[in-house]
Ligand binder design. Structure first.
Ligand code: MSP
Length: 704
């Protein structure tokens, strides 16, 4: 049997689960269901990352033993995922790994020994800067400067810790060429393409050896044969993907299970942890003689109101509120449809309600109930055989029915192609186009009129047979995306068993047993009253934000608009983000003809200082220059600008520019542009003059 192994990142247990965590897990869940339905022996892994200084400190701040602290969070994560039906009882993940599990510790120790015995680990002295929030080491050039002149982590805005201690090092530098060769020979290893390019240019910039142990951190896995040291959390955490399926331990199925599922087919991660998964992880594996995974797909970040979701900004989506008002199916559909997989997406409750009403209630739900109600009312609850249309009265009906049938079959193929490429929104678009086509077919054929004339019985049967068949195909096709709703449609159609177990390619048109009665017809997706739901949500959200602002919430994982997530170890205070006092438009004299905006509108635009690392012309595009720009995010961004007629690319290298960092990515000439460089537009021809600074500014500094 073909196998498929899909993983999510394992989540830090120093923050409550939020929409970001839910998102990756529900995408993995959808992929797992999709593969299972297509006959793959599928293994879906998720879990929690429980070691490290950050967690040790959070537990001590909470005044409880670390294990007890992490247990509480793990229970909360598991319960929340169950409420969204991602748990094994609802057909979700196969296993939840905890890095505090004994089998995992044994497996990690085994990989360490192999890497060490192959000569890739050596002992030295680490002197440098470390951020406990990111669990990352930084060089001085990567650090920011705080108001007091201290070097700070740019993601967390807090001082970096100066470390000087004995440490084991991993010879990452030895892997520069091997990794580049690996990416060349495995073009699908890093996806999407833009991320692959980013990683390759990062590696071409040179790799330093990595400190992989700490003597000052106790809450971690001891280094084999030198227990004074604990392992670097990323070495420990990344290895979960193999220990969970038996690497280095018998508890999880040992060698046989490991061989069965490894290399993983798909490792889903947010783009905030791209480097760890596409540089460190394959290097650790190659060093230990283990094949790297087949694909790492880095998806985008959920934003709220165009800004990073963070507790301090008060725009985190509270999963309790979300679940109270929306079914797991509605949330799944929205997340998969609204966000182009790989790009950032904005989350609003309004957009979610609109999607539910338009696509689910008025779309699929209405199609199902109108079709089945007519079968009940006009055909005694039995889906009719497809009688030939009455030629004189219904010119063209047969041709239309055939076209509808072809449409759903084509949509089915497109859905599979898109899902195989992890382009979920496109797959769903294809299916919803077929739903619209069927709706039109029914409206044009007017079965309610046909039902009035005995002579039109054959036409009526053809219309309702076609509609019910399309519905049956839709239920099977959409089962991985809408597990509950499709099962309900399946049962209302009078089908038995689980729709998730029907292989779409084996479906035959018209194969229903004659005489099968439909089930009870019930609404699948009730329409939401937008005004009423929003009125209910607003105070609930406000209450949850107020609770967070008071610090009763734990420490959020904050993903900013640029996709770099900051993983804070300390509760953020609302005061951090208060804008500086401004003179409001109401206090100043209004200038006629100026359409004023409030400070909150301006705050939506994330302007950052960037530095041009590379600049080149785009072949066959006279106006375009392609840049890679360092915004202080770790990985440079690719940005395109239409200034080729005015600037020599070589002369721009090293120049500091101003970038709109949260502009939605878009494609120009097939290349993704992730931001916009600001320039003045001069004279009638609109000659661009790049904006810049007269004084030294660090990359990534925010303009406000
Ligand atoms: N523990 C590490 C991962 C170790 S994997 C071996 C970690 N944990 S985390 O709790 O911070 O989770 C990060 C992941 O959560 C992201 O990579 C992404 O999958 C998900 N998300 C967190 N915030 C997100 C958004 N705002 N939007 C989408 N997903 C995001 O990093």
């Amino acid at each position: 049997m073909k196998t498929f192994y899909v993983t999510t990142p394992i989540y830090y247990v120093n923050s409550h689960p939020h929409l970001g965590h839910l998102y990756t897990t529900l995408v993995a869940d959808t992929v797992a269901r999709y593969k299972r339905q297509r006959g793959f022996d599928t293994f879906f892994l998720t879990g929690t990352d429980e070691h490290g200084q950050n967690i040790e400190r959070a537990a001590s701040a909470a005044g409880r033993p670390v294990k007890q602290h992490v247990d509480t969070y793990v229970a909360e994560f598991q319960e929340m995922f169950a409420r969204f039906h991602l748990d094994p009882d609802h057909g979700g993940y196969n296993h939840w790994i905890r890095t505090t599990d004994d089998y995992h510790k044994r497996g990690v120790a085994e990989l360490w020994r192999r890497v060490r015995d192959a000569g890739y680990i050596y002992k030295g002295q680490y002197v440098g800067l470390y951020c406990v929030g990111c669990n990352e080491f930084y060089s001085e050039s990567e650090a920011g400067v705080g108001p007091d002149g201290k070097l700070i982590c740019k993601l967390h805005d807090r001082p970096l810790e100066q470390l000087s201690e004995e440490s084991y090092f991993f010879k990452l530098s030895a892997f520069q060429d091997r990794l580049l060769e690996y990416y060349e020979s495995h073009p699908d290893f890093i996806r999407p393409e833009a991320r692959r390019n980013e990683v390759m240019s990062f590696i071409r910039g040179g790799l330093n050896d990595l400190s992989v142990s700490r003597v000052s951190v106790k809450w971690g896995i001891p280094v084999p044969d030198d227990p004074r040291h604990t392992m670097y959390v990323w070495f420990d955490a990344l290895t979960n993907y193999i220990t969970a399926i038996g690497y280095g331990n018998e508890d999880r199925g040992g060698e046989a299970q490991f061989r069965k599922y490894w290399p993983a087919d798909l490792q889903l991660v947010g783009k905030d942890i791209l480097r760890q998964h596409t540089v460190y992880w394959p290097a650790f594996l190659l060093a230990g003689g283990v094949e790297p995974p087949q694909a790492v797909f880095a998806h985008g970040m959920w934003l709220s109101g165009g800004r990073k979701m963070s507790k301090s900004l008060g725009n985190v989506i509270d999963l309790d509120v979300l679940r109270r008002h929306f079914t797991p199916d509605a949330v799944r559909y929205f997340c998969l449809r609204e966000m182009v997989f790989g790009q950032d997406g904005d989350f609003t409750y309004e957009a979610l309600i609109d999607r539910v009403n338009a696509d689910l209630a008025a779309g699929l739900g209405n199609l199902s109930s109108r079709t089945l109600t007519m079968v009940r009312n006009y055909c005694g609850g039995e889906i009719p055989a497809p009688g030939p249309a009455t030629p004189a009265a219904n010119d063209g009906l047969i041709a239309q029915a055939a076209e509808v049938r072809e449409t759903i079959q084509r949509a089915s193929t497109e859905f599979d192609q898109a899902f195989d490429a992890y382009n979920f929104s496109r797959g769903l678009e294809a299916v919803w186009a077929a739903i619209a086509r069927l709706d039109k077919f029914i409206s044009d054929a007017r079965p309610w009129d046909l039902a009035k004339e005995a002579s039109q019985r054959d036409s009526l049967n053809l219309v309702l047979h076609t509609a019910a068949e399309v519905l049956r195909h839709l239920a099977v096709l959409l089962a991985p995306v809408l597990p509950e709703a499709t099962q309900a449609i399946w049962e209302q159609l009078g089908e038995s068993g689980k729709v998730s177990e029907i292989t779409p390619s084996k479906l035959q048109w018209g194969e229903r047993r004659p005489g099968t009665q439909i089930g009870e017809v019930k609404p699948i997706f009730p329409r939401l009253d937008k005004k009423k739901v929003m009125e209910e949500i607003k105070p609930e959200e406000a209450a949850s934000q107020a609770a967070n602002a008071q610090g009763s919430g734990a420490h959020a994982t904050q993903a900013d608009a640029t996709g770099t997530a900051s993983k804070t170890g300390a509760p953020s205070s609302a005061a951090e983000t208060k804008p500086l006092p401004q003179v409001g438009a109401s206090e100043a004299e209004a200038v006629p003809g100026v359409a004023y905006i409030g400070i909150e509108d301006f705050a939506k635009v994330d302007l950052r200082v960037g530095q041009v690392l590379t600049a080149e012309r785009v072949p066959k595009a006279d106006k375009l220059l392609r840049f890679t720009i360092d915004l202080g995010e770790g990985q440079p961004r690719q940005i395109l600008a239409g200034i080729a007629q005015y600037y020599e690319p070589e002369k721009l290298i090293g120049r500091k520019v101003i970038v709109v960092a949260n502009l939605a990515p878009r494609k120009l000439r097939g290349l993704e542009s992730n931001g916009m460089i600001l320039a003045a537009s001069v004279g009638e021809e609109g000659r661009p003059v790049l904006a810049g600074f007269l004084e030294e500014v660090p990359n990534g500094a925010k303009l406000k």
